[in-house]
Design a protein around this ligand. Structure first.
Ligand code: ADP
Ligand code: MG
Length: 300
């Protein structure tokens, strides 16, 4: 789903309830994918991208709210998180090793700016004030899938679970008496864990330059775009954020990845409920100030 894997683990005393709950979570993930996929002509988001530069487009409450939240996070992150990155992003095809040429980047870059979105709360419409603007919720939608999944699981009175979509997870309760151990991948050693973090009742998201990418001429072209340059952000190799809400950790991990160690950790320091671990391009690990209990290094 959304070009990534969705997984669910849960404990239920009643196997029937457990199985039915899994089905429900996966069905919800598919529903959200349909709503937010830019690859589907008939999705609401595609309708916005086709029409919003000409006329205000009416959208459902759910999508409207997520777009609104994306704009709030753009303000919070000084534009590091920006769903209009897709004006440039649409020209990438990582499987085919395709990327936009310099001229395309230079012209499409000018269409990246969340301020080109005009929201009308009363009519619940979205409008673009510039031709060529496009939006894509890839930086926040997986966190939303995770939150909705946990919501479903909770409603069944299940108390121990983990829902993961790509780099985004949320944990419900603990691992029955022990904390969940969540691994942060070593950004340059495939399949290896750089750091394990013990977590309970929390969301955690990692953004890395190793998820969707290709290397060409010694340069790594990957899927997180620096809105200022229109090029893949190059400050760090991975950024992890944890805190109470997976929608927020998803968007913030992408943001901290773009902002880099100094700016990124300074932002996190202003958010009491959120913490961060950043791995820079040298492999050095940085922790946000609030991390009292340091994460334990992975066993060798
Ligand atoms: P992952 O997809 O590996 O979980 P992220 O949560 O960091 O990683 O999301 C990366 C996705 O976010 C990209 O595939 C793209 O859809 C979107 N994106 C890329 N750059 C930006 C940006 N500057 N602001 C918001 N979204 C972005
Ligand atoms: Mg993210």
């Amino acid at each position: 789903m959304m070009g990534t894997e969705v997984s669910v683990y849960l404990w239920s005393d009643d196997p029937e309830v457990g199985r039915a709950t899994l089905e429900e979570v996966f069905a919800e993930a598919v529903r959200i994918d349909h709503l937010m996929s830019t690859y589907r002509e008939d999705s609401e988001i595609s309708e916005i991208n086709r029409m919003a530069a000409q006329v205000p487009v009416a959208v459902g409450a759910e999508l409207y709210q997520l777009i609104q939240q994306s704009l709030d996070i753009s303000l919070l992150t000084d534009g590091a998180f920006d769903i209009t990155y897709d004006s440039v992003g649409q020209h990438y095809d990582f499987r085919r090793r395709q990327r936009p040429d310099k001229k395309t980047v230079e012209s499409e870059r000018l269409n990246i700016d969340f301020r080109y979105l005009q929201l009308d709360d009363a009519a619940r419409t979205i409008r673009f004030t510039k031709n060529g603007v496009r939006i894509n919720l890839g930086g926040i939608a997986k966190g939303y899938v995770v939150e909705r999944g946990i919501g479903i699981i909770r409603s069944k009175q299940i108390q121990h679970a983990i829902v993961t979509a790509g780099g985004d997870s949320r944990l419900l309760g603990d691992r029955r008496g022990k904390p969940w151990m969540v691994g942060i991948r070593d950004p340059r050693r495939d399949g290896e864990v750089a750091i394990s973090v013990p977590l309970e009742n929390e969301a955690i998201s990692t953004s890395g330059d190793y998820e969707r990418y290709f290397d060409e001429g010694g340069v790594r072209y990957h899927h997180i775009i620096h809105p200022g340059t229109g090029l893949p952000a190059g400050e760090v190799h991975s950024a992890t954020v944890f805190g109470p809400d997976a929608v927020v950790t998803d968007a913030l991990s992408t943001s901290v990845f773009v902002m880099g160690v100094d700016k990124g950790l300074r932002l996190i320091a202003t958010l009491p409920d959120y913490e961060s671990i950043v791995i820079d391009t040298e492999g050095q690990v940085f922790y946000s100030d609030g991390l009292q209990q340091p994460a334990v290094p992975a066993a060798q």
